[in-house]
Design a protein around this ligand. Sequence first.
Ligand code: NAD
Length: 337
Amino acid sequence: RKLGYAIVGLGSYATKQIMPRFKECTSSQLVALVSGTPEKLTRYAAEYGVPAANCYSYKDFDRIRDNPAIDIVYIVLPNSMHAEYSIRAARAGKHVMCEKPMAVSVAECEAMIAASRKANRKLMIGYRSRFEPYNREAIALARGGHVGPTKIINAEHGFTAKPDQWRLDRAMSGGGSLMDIGIYSLNAARYLTGEEPMTVTAVESTDKSDPRFKTVEDRIDFMLKFPSGIIANCVSSYNSNHNRYRIVGPNGYIDAEPATAYEGQRMTIRKGDATMPRVLPAGQKSQFAGQLDHLSECVLADRQPIVAGEEGLADMRVIEAIYRSAREGRTVRMDRA
Ligand code: NAD
């Protein structure tokens, strides 16, 4: 059976990346749309064959409760709206897929998890890289000690932010590059190690005369120290383009670049004296369809998603520690954060 998804927020990511991928899905289908713009509802309903009865505005969103065709609600709204709509969806008896960052604070993440538990519904975060073949390979190689036990991870993520958008308004975004793109460096450091950091040390560099960065940070560099001794050095930037990580061990390194882009992943492995590209078979399900189907399959089999709400909460705990470290100019211990 294909479970029915309602997409909430018909912006760039939803319409250009997510909605076109349902045709690849084996366990998921697009059945409903939620938007504040009637023209968008009409246009996308026609394009995807969604009946008018399954189109909702934000005002009548809670009526999804009465629509048995909707199994899962996918929140693709600005960050500050994730918690409210995830909680309302759970209260309406629906499973929830929520985009990253899960919310704008640890407290909101905890409230989302509590609401889903209370409703006995699943909650998953849109960490698509976990369904992307090169990232899965990198996890297996790093944790399997392919270049020896991992010692260092370097992860860099950034892009040049365009002015005048909600991402640059702290009230909507909850923060700057770290909330949006640096979270890929953080999440990769956590999934490549399979560990939670013990300490966090961060430095922020933001040109406050740049009108884009009036309320949010541009650049924030952070170092995570993990229990096994692995150190991750991470970059998060809104003013330079990076998308890569390197896993370094005593016998070589594994490079991924682009590492977490929408497509075109490449991997190179240096082992001993040899440097070789790692090429995986083409034609696998895209990370987007993999992510959508994973939640459907978890609902059908009553399994916990590999990137459940707890995973978003774990990132948010570290994000709050990164901001605290930068603000206070000191290393923050996670057990005291
Ligand atoms: P966007 O601005 O293109 O879309 C946001 C949508 O929310 C728009 O349709 C907008 O109309 C709607 N909206 C509803 N109420 C709003 C309000 N009060 N103010 C502003 N917009 C409002 O943004 P996007 O790039 O699609 O990002 C949406 C979410 O998806 C964010 O949480 C972002 O972090 C996430 N995202 C994830 C990925 C990924 O690769 N996983 C990529 C891009 C975005």
